[in-house]
Structure formats: structure tokens, C-alpha cells
Design a protein around this ligand. Structure first.
Ligand code: PLP
Length: 408
């Protein structure tokens, strides 16, 4: 039958698999995939065959990125989410039920704490905040119904390092599990599953993508145990992985193929970028420490940091790519510094190829009261510097020039 031109415009194209394979990953934007018959639809739905159906459930670019995540972290499963927050949301939605409890670090990312509080108010989980570096404090907060302990490998902005091995032992002694936000460390510095954590989540919006043009998250874990769960009238075999996948699809936390494609490209240079950034951070911390305009420097790679021995052990002698320092002269000094350091953009994120600065008091920690800010070491003069991949010579020049502009 001859098709009319207007039908030709509408008709879907035959996407032929090529005999020669593309070397670089294509971008699969298709929202839906065709099945040849209902047998194939059944097989895919029952996970007896590989394949995709609907992009909110799964798509090839997310699968490629998730495979990378698993192999980097040595995980049994991994899923990609629309953001770092989406990863934590998926874990809570998959795992927490009314009447259950979790223990979390008081120094967690502000939005993560806000998510816990929102869920508490909704009645879907209860939580206690603890000083995650104090084993007694964590132990005392554990309850019969505590399911998870949540912590960050390196906290913001005081750059406290948590002892993952010790926390995992503690959680497991209480029949709870440990989930770690590893964003500030990145898998180059630390792979928490190898140290006993059960789940890791990371914001790929930061150093994993590294080019400041993606919002994405991922989470992965060790547990592939399946158990039978009653869902309405059906009994289904579920696992933590399948529960997380279901939460991502049901609550609409799925990633965009283009973001996944960009993050996969960024990931290829993560080891090189991270090595340079960590080297720059160490040099910056050492330089700032000796500067007359600088009151204090916090960097786990410096011998005077409270967690230095732990950081040395856990990160193989490296201190991370973020340095927090406090200028003499408070907020006025920070403004002078920032105006002079226009080559170090003031944008409250981290992990970009460009070095950037942030001001915790006016951005990430502005919702905290003065006492809470003070307890985290946040002063009006506190700057968080995220190091990029520039040459150290250039960075030193820019930093010194900016510090010169802070009036004495
Ligand atoms: C940015 C960040 C998040 C949230 O990630 P998004 O991709 O912005 O949702 C979570 N934890 C830490 C430590 C972060 O820095």
C-alpha cells in the first residue's frame, strides 16, 4: 500500500542496528521502546530478557552509567537518579516505613537534613541527629527500630571525615545498615562499600561529571538478597535494588539520557581531574595556612586537622579537593576577596574543572542560626574553596593577588 506523504511524515523510523559498532556512546532519547510481541513484553517485565520499555523505568544511557557506578564501587547493583537528592529520596522511599527510625550525621548536606525532616513530618520515618565522629553518641542514638545510619565521607564545610569501617561495624551490631554520601570524597578517594558500607550515594552533579553542566545522582549497594513481599494482592520477589528501582520509576526520579551521556563523558577524566584537584588543594591549604590574612585553614590533608590520621588511612594519604579557610575581617574581607578573585567564580557548588569559591554563611548554611553556624566553625569570614584542574602557578597567583586585596 502506497503511503501518503502526510503519513510518511508521522511514521516512526526503522532504527537499524549497524554491523559496525559505534565506538562512542550514542544518546538514546526515545521515551518508549517497541516490543515484537507480547511474549517479549512479558520476558522484559519479568526480567528474563534484557530490553527497555519506557524511559522512566530504564533507558540505555542510565544503564551504561549505572554499570560504570557498579564496577567503580564494586557494587552488586546501581541505579542512576535525576539528582543527588533523588538518590537519597529513592533510598528513603524504598526502605523507610512509618514507625521506623534512622540515625544521621548532624553535619549532613542541608537539603538531605531537610528531606529527613519533611519525611518525619509526613510520618514516614523518624530520625535522630548525632555527632557522627563520636561512637558513643552514635551508639546511644540506636534504637530497636533503627534501620539505617546515614553519614557523609567528608562533611561540609568543616571537612570532618567519618570512620566508615567503624560506623559499619556499629550499625551492623545493631542490625541496621550504613549508607554513605560520598560526594565530597568521590570514588577516587574512597569506595565506602569496600570499607563495609551497605549503600553509597553520590551527586554526579559535582566532580563525577566535573564540568558544571549536569544535575544527576547515583546510588549503589552490596545487598542483592531477594525476599518475598506482599504488594496488595500479589506476592513479589524484591530486593533493595528492585525496591530502589521501583521507587525511582513510581515517584518519577529517573534521569535524563543527555545528562547521563554527559556524565559518562565526564567520568572518563575523573581520575585525572581528581588527581590534579587534590594536588592543588594540598598546595592551596599549605599556602593559605602561612598567610597573614588567614585565621584558620581546615583541610584533612594538613597535620593539624582533627581527622588527619583517619583521612591518611582512609584516603591513601590524600586530603580531598576542597579547602575551607577563614579570613581575618569577617564578611567584609570575604567581599573584598571575592571581588578581587573574579577568576575564582563565587558559585555555591563544587567539583568543577574550574576552581570556585563558596560562602557557607550566605549560601549552603544560611538557614542555620548563629550558634549552629559557630558549632560548625562557620564565621562571616569563612570561604569554601573547591579546587579545579588549573595549573598551581596560576592558582597561586590568583589567590595571592586576592588576599592582597583584603585590607589589613
Ligand atoms: C550537591 C550535594 C548533594 C545533592 O546533590 P544534587 O545533585 O544537587 O541533588 C548531596 N550531598 C552533597 C554532599 C552534595 O554536595
Amino acid at each position: 500500500m502506497r503511503r501518503r506523504p502526510e503519513d510518511e511524515c508521522v511514521r516512526g523510523v526503522e532504527v537499524s542496528a549497524s554491523v559496525t559498532q559505534p565506538h562512542a556512546a550514542p544518546i538514546f532519547l526515545s521515551s518508549v521502546y517497541r516490543c515484537v510481541d507480547t511474549q517479549q513484553a512479558d520476558a522484559i517485565a519479568e526480567q528474563r530478557a534484557e530490553g527497555f520499555v519506557y524511559r522512566r523505568d530504564a533507558h540505555p544511557n542510565a544503564t551504561m552509567l549505572a554499570h560504570k557506578c557498579s564496577s567503580i564501587h564494586g557494587a552488586a547493583w546501581a541505579h542512576v537518579t535525576s539528582s543527588g537528592m533523588g538518590a537519597l529520596a529513592a533510598l528513603l522511599l524504598a526502605e523507610m516505613k512509618a514507625g521506623e527510625h534512622l540515625v544521621a550525621s548532624r553535619q549532613m548536606y542541608g537539603r538531605s537534613l531537610q528531606l529527613l525532616e519533611t519525611e518525619r513530618v509526613r510520618g514516614t520515618c523518624d530520625y535522630s541527629l548525632v555527632d557522627i565522629s563520636n561512637e558513643d553518641d552514635v551508639g546511644a542514638a540506636m534504637r530497636e527500630n533503627t534501620r539505617w545510619v546515614l553519614a557523609e565521607t567528608i562533611s561540609n564545610p568543616s571537612l570532618r571525615v567519618c570512620d566508615i569501617r567503624e560506623l559499619a561495624d556499629l550499625a551492623h551490631r545493631h542490625q541496621a545498615r550504613l549508607a554513605i554520601d560520598n560526594t565530597f570524597a568521590s570514588p577516587m578517594l574512597c569506595r565506602p562499600l569496600e570499607l563495609g558500607a551497605d549503600v553509597v550515594w553520590e551527586s554526579a552533579s559535582k566532580i563525577i561529571n566535573g564540568h558544571g553542566d549536569v544535575i544527576l545522582g547515583w546510588l549503589c549497594g552490596t545487598d542483592e538478597t531477594t525476599h518475598r513481599q506482599q504488594l496488595g494482592h500479589r506476592a513479589e520477589l524484591t530486593s533493595l535494588s528492585s525496591n530502589v528501582a521501583a521507587a525511582i520509576s513510581t515517584y518519577g526520579l529517573a534521569s535524563s539520557p543527555f545528562d547521563c551521556w554527559l556524565a559518562l563523558r565526564g567520568l572518563a577524566t575523573l581520575p585525572l581531574r581528581c588527581e590534579r584537584a587534590v594536588d592543588n588543594a594540598r598546595r592551596a591549604a599549605e599556602m593559605l595556612q602561612g598567610h597573614a590574612q588567614v585565621l584558620t585553614v581546615l583541610y584533612p590533608g594538613l597535620a593539624n586537622h582533627v581527622d588527619h590520621p583517619l583521612a591518611q588511612r582512609q584516603f591513601g594519604g590524600r586530603g580531598g579537593y576542597v579547602v575551607t579557610f577563614t579570613l581575618q575581617g569577617g564578611r567584609a574581607a570575604v567581599d573584598q576577596f571575592m571581588r578581587a578573585a573574579e577568576k575564582l567564580p563565587f558559585c555555591p557548588s563544587l567539583g568543577d574543572v574550574n576552581s570556585t569559591v563558596s560562602h557557607p554563611m550566605s549560601t549552603s548554611h544560611r538557614q542555620l542560626n548563629a550558634a549552629a553556624q559557630q558549632s560548625l566553625g562557620i564565621d562571616g569570614g569563612t570561604i569554601r574553596l573547591s579546587l579545579g584542574t588549573e595549573s598551581w602557578d596560576w592558582l597561586e597567583e590568583v589567590l595571592r593577588a586576592a588576599l592582597e586585596n583584603v585590607s589589613r
